[in-house]
Ligand binder design. Structure first.
Ligand code: GDP
Ligand code: GDP
Length: 437
């Protein structure tokens, strides 16, 4: 199920990061707890009434030149308008309504995106009266909150979640494979899109997409239906903030949420940088099938070991995604491009693979017999029953005597055994440990 994306927009110092931390709490993105992933908080995940969502603080987009403050808040707002499902517009009760608040309000208002107006720093009841002046922004009822005191956060999330879209998975039929080309700017996402589709089609469809906030391009190859989700970077290019990391991560977030398969495009010539990890980490965290697509292979100096070495580099940098296949291509020469869609089909199939309960239990009991769980303070984990509860991604529940006795390394061991038996190439697997004696 696609997680809705909330973007927090507002001037510096209104309290965006304080609220972001309140919402995310210690529920950091799952992937950030795993080794090999950076701990920068570009985005986080939260939950409200059993619905998971992603949240991003759009602050900190740096833009050079005059009038920097206004430009950067405007950039945040534009980005949020393009990619978020709900926007939290944050203002400061102590400062009152400022000119840049008004300007941003205008922008947001015209966008027709759902907006929740949060007036922060309402630290006590006396200040509650100060929120009324924010009605003048013309975007509805202001909600008084206090980041530092943790007041009103529930009301804020209640209001935001009332605008969450219904699950979008139904938009295309089950038989359609939805994939997104994601990656930092200039790795070749648009060139690859063009190369996959053939020039004319993209030009036609990039004009469309006015009804939805993302541009999807359906096509069919050898009887299989595909949709390229949000052909990243095809529209409105050349914005000043397009090269900022927040921008490319947020664009990727939205496309990933709507896709089944994430094609993580890496520049074969420049190699892997930190930003690639943030984007890949999001795909993993969102439970999507993934493929590393190393592009620009035409200009790489290579011998018979180069591919293997590059693959190893990917394995070292993306420790948590060893399941994702690596494909080397060139959008320019179309080298190996015909290999790509078959791999997309394979991983999509694995992503929705369902394993029979008795087979799963056989594999897991063999694994446990071969290598029993270590004891912890004299107690030993006992696995009673295993069953797959969901697909996309495959999600498996392990019923045990004491969930606290399950350790990360043992979970890893079981995951490896499950993968060795059933495949699941190209897809993350979710393992949940539940008590049942
Ligand atoms: P950002 O730049 O919008 O991300 O703002 P920050 O979250 O960094 O907060 C800016 C300043 O406002 C910090 O000094 C915070 O401690 C302070 N602040 C944040 N929330 C509140 C609040 O609810 N009440 C008061 N009085 N101060 C707050
Ligand atoms: P995007 O920002 O990720 O959509 O990247 P673009 O598709 O706009 O490509 C960025 C630059 O890389 C352009 O100058 C492309 O011509 C170039 N480029 C893209 N793919 C390849 C490739 O396979 N080989 C070479 N040599 N250049 C490429």
């Amino acid at each position: 199920m696609a997680r809705p994306i909330i973007a927090i927009v507002g001037r510096p110092n209104v309290g965006k990061s304080t609220i972001f931390n309140r919402i995310v709490g210690d529920r950091l993105a799952i992937v950030e707890d795993k080794p090999g992933v950076t701990r920068d908080r570009l985005y986080g995940s939260g939950e409200w009434l059993n619905r998971e969502f992603s949240v991003i603080d759009t602050g900190g987009i740096e833009i050079d030149g005059d009038d920097t403050l206004l430009k950067s808040v405007r950039a945040q707002a534009e980005l949020a308008i393009e990619e978020a499902d709900v926007i939290i517009f944050m203002v400061d009760a102590k400062a009152g309504v400022t000119a840049s608040d008004e300007e941003v309000a205008q922008l947001l208002f015209r966008s027709k995106k759902p907006i929740v107006l949060a007036v922060n720093k309402v630290d006590n009841l006396q200040r509650q009266d100060e929120i009324y002046e924010f009605y003048s922004l013309g975007i509805g009822e202001p909600i008084g909150i206090s980041g530092s005191h943790g007041i009103g956060i529930g009301d804020l999330l209640e209001a935001a979640s009332s605008h969450f879209p219904d699950d979008q998975d139904e938009q295309y039929g089950e038989e359609v494979i939805r994939f997104a080309l994601i990656g930092r700017p200039n790795v070749g996402k648009s060139s690859l899109t063009n190369a996959i589709l053939g020039e004319e089609r993209v030009i036609v469809s990039s004009e469309a997409g006015t009804t939805r906030d993302a541009i999807d391009t359906p096509f069919e190859r050898d009887g299989q239906k595909f949709v390229i989700i949000d052909t990243a970077g095809m529209r409105k290019r050349g914005r000043v903030y397009e090269n900022t990391e927040k921008y490319s991560v947020m664009r990727a977030m939205k496309a990933i949420e709507r896709a089944d398969v994430a094609l993580i495009v890496i520049d074969g010539d420049e190699g892997i940088i930190e930003q690639d990890k943030h984007i890949a980490g999001y795909a993993h965290d969102a439970g999507k099938a993934a493929i590393f697509v190393v592009n620009k292979w035409d200009i790489v100096d290579k011998d018979d070991k180069t591919m293997q070495q590059f693959t190893q580099k990917i394995r070292d940098h993306f420790l948590f995604m060893s399941y994702a296949p690596v494909v080397f291509v060139s959008a320019k020469t179309k080298q190996r491009l015909q290999k790509l869609l078959p791999v997309v089909m394979q991983v999509a199939e694995q992503h929705s693979l369902r394993v029979q309960t008795h087979m799963l239990n056989d594999v897991v009991s063999d694994a446990v017999a071969y290598n029993p769980p270590p004891t912890d303070k004299g107690k030993r984990l006992r696995l009673n029953y295993v069953t797959q509860v969901a697909v996309k991604p495959p999600s498996i529940v392990l019923f045990v005597n004491e969930p606290e006795l399950m350790h990360f390394s043992y979970e890893r061991y079981l995951e490896n055994k499950i993968r060795a038996a059933f495949g699941f190439e190209g897809t993350p697997i979710r393992l949940f440990t539940r008590r049942k004696s």
